[in-house]
Ligand binder design. Structure first.
Ligand SMILES: [Zn+2]
Ligand SMILES: [Zn+2]
Length: 254
């Protein structure tokens, strides 16, 4: 799999884009910055979109993706999420108030976007990909995803505080190649991290022994306002497996 990190941060500012990972140019994981970070011709090539949870930094560019691509694709973007996320996007974003309902544009028969509800720990097959959604420790019963193709699997926790189930489920996957996870706040904001169910460097450090051993850990979702502190604190964990994600369309082959 070729994983392009369009957005690897937990906020928007020049040089920082919110979570969007693109697998092989056609499977998008979260839509925080896909419209601002990818040329329209490449946006049109996306088939399926996994949405972890309905926070704005993971869904905002669904609106602009649809606006860019409506009428230009021969099939809709197929979006997969839990029910809370699906309802939030339909009721609060594409509700014909904040944004048009692109599930009936250009027409009901040829929509730009189609919503599908998926369940935690029920395997989803999308073409050559197998996706295992697993509920993590974040509001709105957010999902992480274990994405497999050929002989490789990659874990994307997306937003989460300390969690267990995704690591347990991952044990049955034999060819794990990488973990994409998060640190959002500096250690001095542990109370905010606990309240919002995110990691600090301290809680990530405590999480590492629960993770599958030896494979690389890519850390994203850093809040732009705390970059310098977060770089230092993550480095201070002293784990050579950790790399930090940018928001520059860097590609990772697994
Ligand atoms: Zn979130
Ligand atoms: Zn987030």
């Amino acid at each position: 799999m070729l994983i392009k990190v369009i957005g690897g941060h937990g906020g928007k500012a020049p040089g920082f884009r919110t979570t969007s990972y693109l697998v092989d140019g056609k499977l998008l994981i979260d839509a925080g910055s896909v419209a601002e970070g990818l040329p329209v011709d490449e946006q049109k090539q996306i088939d399926n979109i996994l949405i972890s949870h309905p926070h704005l930094d993971h869904i905002s560019d669904l609106a602009f993706l649809c606006d860019n691509c409506f009428g230009l694709k021969d099939k809709p973007f197929e979006v997969y999420s839990n029910k809370i996320t699906r309802n939030a996007i339909k009721n609060h974003i594409m509700n014909n108030v904040i944004w048009p309902d692109f599930s009936v544009i250009p027409s009901k028969e040829k929509p730009t976007i189609n919503f599908n509800v998926i369940q935690s720990e029920q395997l989803l097959t999308l073409g050559e990909y197998e996706i295992m959604p697993v509920q993590v420790n974040h509001p709105c019963k957010g999902y992480g995803f274990i994405v497999s193709k050929d002989d490789s699997s990659v874990i994307f926790t997306q937003d989460t505080a300390a969690t267990s189930r995704i690591w347990e489920v991952a044990k049955s996957f034999k060819n794990l190649k990488a973990i994409f996870t998060e640190v959002s706040f500096p250690n001095e904001l542990q109370a905010v991290a606990d309240m919002s169910l995110h990691h600090t460097s301290n809680t990530l450090k405590a999480e590492i022994p629960k993770m599958p051993a030896d494979i690389p850990i890519f850390v994203g979702h850093l809040k732009p306002g705390y970059q310098t502190t977060l770089y230092q604190e993550i480095q201070d964990i002293g784990c050579s497996r950790i790399s930090l994600l940018g928001s520059d369309n860097s590609n990772y082959v697994v």
